[in-house]
Design a protein around this ligand. Structure first.
Ligand code: HEM
Length: 278
């Protein structure tokens, strides 16, 4: 793995694999200020609008032809790359939980009505959408083992001695499913568990770490959350979704491939039915 990261990042020159120090500080600053700042994210909103519009158009055609669609392929066509993993897992869980799908559609319908598509700028104050995304990232973190850490000085945590230079790997996937943190229903998809909590995704709540935590936490979080919220809201608002060939919600295959990222083992296939009046 170390060799692979060395090769993939041109000798650890990328921000992800470079060691903590002046070089990392300057590329990280470049990344957060020039590439992923709030104003840059805002600047590209029209491009996202156009891309999501193209995606909806292609799905509308599939719906008119009563086609089954392979969600992941459509996402790649619409160039949403890694966000597609989060969106695909979330849609899978919503298909397995029709009551949650209905609650999300109702929330979107109350805000946008059936005569209007979702607009990114109106995506605030949608508490159930936020809960759905948190719950999906809890169960399916895209970086399940975060980034390896190097212990800079010997330290004692909870009675365990961690020697200097120890390599630490944090299993965010296992933490997200730990019954001690989430109660006995930790394996269940239950967005409502976030209803009366202040747990958020910024890495302050250690039971939920899909974007990591601390100075090496993910600088792309805001961009990815913006895209995931927008695409998911649009897909759920514009279409009713069904599983093909009489597959029942509880029969949907949810196997995952474990690795650096954690996609579905088999792509999600589903049948869209357009539901808006525009
Ligand atoms: C759903 C989408 C994403 C997830 C779940 C995710 C998750 C993560 C995680 C878990 C880490 C390691 C954090 C840690 O160990 O504390 C990370 C690091 C990082 N992510 Fe993301 N990420 C996502 C999207 C993005 C995007 C869109 C970008 C940039 C365009 C990005 C750029 C980075 C960078 C540069 C680092 C390394 C930061 C550093 O070492 O200083 N990520 N991400």
């Amino acid at each position: 793995m170390l060799q692979a990261s060395l090769y993939m990042s041109y000798g650890n020159k990328g921000v992800v694999f470079s060691e903590y120090g002046p070089y990392w500080r300057s590329v990280r600053k470049l990344c957060t200020l020039q590439l992923l700042s709030a104003s840059k994210i805002e600047y590209f909103a029209p491009m996202r609008r156009e891309e999501v519009g193209l995606l909806v158009d292609s799905l509308k055609k599939a719906a008119a032809a009563r086609d089954v669609v392979d969600i992941i392929l459509d996402m790649i066509v619409a160039s949403f790359d890694t966000s597609a993993t989060t969106i695909e897992w979330t849609l899978s869980e919503l298909l397995r939980h029709p009551a949650a799908m209905k609650r999300l559609q109702d929330e979107l319908q109350t805000v946008f009505g059936l005569d209007k598509m979702v607009e990114e700028k109106d995506l605030f104050n949608l508490p159930y959408l936020d809960m759905v995304i948190k719950e999906s990232l809890r169960l399916y973190p895209v970086g399940p083992l975060l980034l390896p850490r190097n212990c800079m000085e010997e330290t004692i945590i909870d009675g365990y001695r961690v020697p200097k230079n120890a390599r630490i790997i944090v299993n965010a996937w296992a933490i997200g499913r730990d019954p001690n943190a989430w109660s006995d229903n930790a394996e269940e998809f239950l967005p409502e568990r976030f209803a009366d909590t202040s747990i958020d995704l910024r890495g302050h709540d250690f039971q939920l770490l899909p974007f990591g935590s601390g100075r090496r936490g993910c600088p792309g979080m805001q961009l990815r959350l913006t895209i995931a919220r927008f695409v998911l809201a649009q897909l759920v608002h514009c279409f009713n979704w069904e599983l093909p060939d009489g597959v029942l919600p509880n029969e949907l295959d949810m196997s995952e491939i474990f690795g650096l990222s954690m996609p579905r083992a088999n792509h999600l296939v589903a049948v869209p039915k357009y539901r808006l009046r525009v």
